[in-house]
Structures are given as structure tokens and as C-alpha cells.
Design a protein around this ligand. Structure first.
Ligand code: EPU
Length: 330
């Protein structure tokens, strides 16, 4: 373990942060000894993947494990799917490219999402009409309560929109590998705006490239302007709340769900409150996309959190909808 471990390069918001100790994890069997070292010092232990969905406090008084377990393996066909097992430390987008190179389509709509494979199931990543759950078979995670490696099926993970059992029990499970199930009878998924002008026989590589182009146009690149992607969930509200909003604002986007509830666009609500391009010190809201909180350079966690608080209060006061932050405050 390295003391006074610098985390600024390990979070895509680029916030200045340090951990009491840090270590890089390249094999699952290193975890047990790191956990017992942390426990012996009475310190909490947390894993970071790409750091693309966290807001880091200036000091984490504990041990950070940087997840770097590698490996991509085609396990073979099972029924209608081909299974691919991937180490938790692999980069998500490079995995998407690799599956396309190996003629295994199915992940192309999820191209360009920052972060690691191990983080993908935590919040059931989703974009352009596809969610991880649709391509998920199982995962292996270390249960920090008894130091045992356990396998979790799709049902065990209890996925929903940007949610999973793992997100509801922060820190308890450490994902070491993920097995994906890619459809043998693949068909393009072109329903989402930005893809719906493509021909119905578009191949997966072209869809992947289009998704990357659309993302680059709409979302700031964290390498140039620190950010953690969408900073809030799209709120899911009861039908009467959505109807009241629609009565006053017929142009507000609404996505009805199967359960009668309605998903609203957080970006739209935030933009209507005047926050697009707004700055608070060195923190700001992207002028490209109102759902993305950015670090203009030198922002602190406090500035980011204060800005997020202003956004939540303003949207609640104006629309009666309470936004929930997507990245975890660590
Ligand atoms: N909109 C605005 N103002 C803006 C941006 C968008 O009013 O500044 C409106 C758009 O006009 C559109 C609606 O908001 O009607 C939805 O916009 P968009 O298609 O960009 O999607 P989103 O709901 O804002 C979600 C995900 C993104 C994902 C995109 C594309 C969440 C919280 N975010 O954003 O995921 O890339 O859909 O599928 O679900 C992430 O989670 O980090 C992320 C980037």
C-alpha cells in the first residue's frame, strides 16, 4: 500500500483528492490481504475503477484499491448467446471495440461510455436505447463481509434504471469479473434520436462509430473538461406529477414506463432553470448539455457539491421534482 495516495488523475472530474493509502489490484487474490491490512488499521476500503461516476472529497481516510484486473475471454455459445468474460479493470469502451472486432455485436449502443467493466453493472450503465442489463449474464464479486468470491446472476443484481443491488450496498461487494451474453441473432437497435436516421441494415461497427460521434457532439470530453457524465438521474415520477408538468410545459420530454410512471428529462428541467453554461467559481454546468456538471480547472469538491445543491433546490422550487445525484460522493 502506498501512503498519501494521489487520486486527482483517477477521477474524471479531476478533483484534487488523496487517500490515506492506495494500491493497484491486478488479481482477485490480492484483495483479501488488502482488506485485512485496511481492517488491521481500522480503515475503510473502497475500489475505484475509472473514477468516472464519483465526486471525491479532498481526503479519503481509508484505503483505495485501483481496479486493474485484466482479461477478455470468449467462453463460447450458450443457447442464443455467446458469452464473454471480462476482467473488472478492463476499459469499457475498448471492450466494446474488441467485441465488434471479434464479430460479436450487441454492445455498440453503449460505445464511448467512460469507466471500467467492473463499474458498468454497479449503476447498470445505459445509453442510446440499451442498458447493460440487456447484455448481462453474471458477475463474480468479493463479498467484503466474509471475504468469499461469489457469483451473481442477473436476478441477484436486481437491476433497474441506473440502479443495482451493488449501488444500494456501497462498498460491500468488489466486482472482479463480468460475463456478458451477446445475441447470436443480432439486430440493430436504432430507435434513439441520433441513430434513427441510419438505414435499418446498418452494421454494428457503423452504429458504434455513430454513437461515438453523437456523444462527442453532445457531451464534453472529460480529458479536456473534467466531468462525471450525467450528474443527475432522469427523475421517474407518478403520472399525475408528469401530467401537471405537461399542462404547464407541453414541450417537456416525457418517457412513459410500463408501470404507469413517467421518466422526465433532468437536462430539460435544469436548462429551464437557467443553469446551462452557468458557473459557480470553477465549477459549472456544461454549455453543451445541461445534465453535465464540469470542472473548469481547479474546482473543489465543495464547489461542485454547492452547485449541485443549487440545481436541486431550483428544480424542486420550480417544478416540484427532486433530482437525485448520479455520481457517488466518496
Ligand atoms: N435536453 C435539454 N437540454 C440539454 C440537453 C438535453 O433540454 O442541455 C433534452 C433533450 O432535448 C432531450 C432530453 O433532454 O429531449 C434527453 O437528452 P439526451 O438524449 O441527451 O439524454 P439524457 O436523458 O439527458 C441519458 C443518459 C446519458 C446517455 C443519454 C443517451 C441519464 C441520467 N443519462 O441522458 O447517460 O448518454 O441518455 O442515451 O440517464 C450518463 O449516465 O453519464 C450519461 C451520459
Amino acid at each position: 500500500m502506498t501512503p498519501d495516495f494521489d487520486l486527482q488523475r483517477h477521477n474524471t472530474l479531476g478533483l484534487p483528492a488523496r487517500a490515506r493509502f492506495g494500491a493497484t489490484i491486478t488479481q482477485a487474490d490480492e484483495l483479501a490481504s488488502l482488506l485485512s491490512e485496511a481492517a488491521a488499521r481500522g480503515l475503510p476500503f473502497r475500489v475505484l475503477g475509472g473514477g468516472s461516476n464519483v465526486v471525491l472529497r479532498p481526503v479519503f481516510d481509508g484505503v483505495i484499491g485501483l481496479m486493474a484486473i485484466a482479461g477478455r475471454e470468449i467462453l463460447g455459445r450458450r443457447g442464443d448467446h455467446t458469452l464473454v468474460r471480462v476482467g473488472a479493470g478492463e476499459n469499457w469502451h475498448r471492450l466494446v471495440e474488441w467485441t465488434i472486432q471479434h464479430d460479436l455485436p450487441g454492445l455498440e449502443n453503449l460505445a464511448g461510455i467512460p469507466g471500467t467493466v467492473g463499474a458498468a453493472p454497479i449503476q447498470n450503465i445505459g445509453a442510446y436505447g440499451c442498458e447493460l442489463v440487456e447484455r448481462f449474464e453474471s458477475l463474480v464479486a468479493l463479498d467484503t463481509e466474509d471475504n468469499a468470491l461469489k457469483t451473481f446472476s442477473r436476478d441477484d443484481c436486481d437491476f433497474s434504471y441506473r440502479q443495482s443491488m451493488f449501488k444500494r450496498t456501497p462498498g460491500r461487494f468488489i466486482v472482479v469479473s463480468v460475463t456478458l451474453a451477446l445475441p447470436n441473432a443480432w439486430r440493430p437497435n436504432l430507435g434513439y434520436p441520433g441513430l434513427n436516421t441510419l438505414a435499418s441494415d446498418t452494421d454494428a461497427r457503423t452504429i458504434m462509430q455513430t454513437v461515438v460521434t453523437v456523444r462527442n457532439r453532445k457531451l464534453p470530453d472529460w480529458r479536456k473538461l473534467g466531468n462525471a457524465g450525467s450528474f443527475f438521474h432522469n427523475p421517474i415520477v407518478e403520472a399525475d406529477v408528469a401530467d401537471r408538468l405537461a399542462a404547464d410545459h407541453p414541450q417537456a420530454p416525457r418517457y412513459p414506463g410500463a408501470d404507469g410512471r413517467v421518466k422526465l428529462s433532468a437536462a430539460w428541467l435544469i436548462e429551464r432553470c437557467g443553469f446551462k453554461g452557468h458557473r459557480l467559481g470553477s465549477a459549472g454546468v456544461s454549455d453543451q448539455h445541461a445534465l453535465v456538471v464540469v470542472n473548469h480547472g481547479g474546482a473543489t469538491q465543495q464547489e461542485i457539491s454547492d452547485l449541485a445543491g443549487q440545481i436541486v433546490s431550483a428544480v424542486e422550487a420550480r417544478f416540484g421534482v427532486r433530482l437525485v445525484q448520479e455520481p457517488e460522493l466518496l
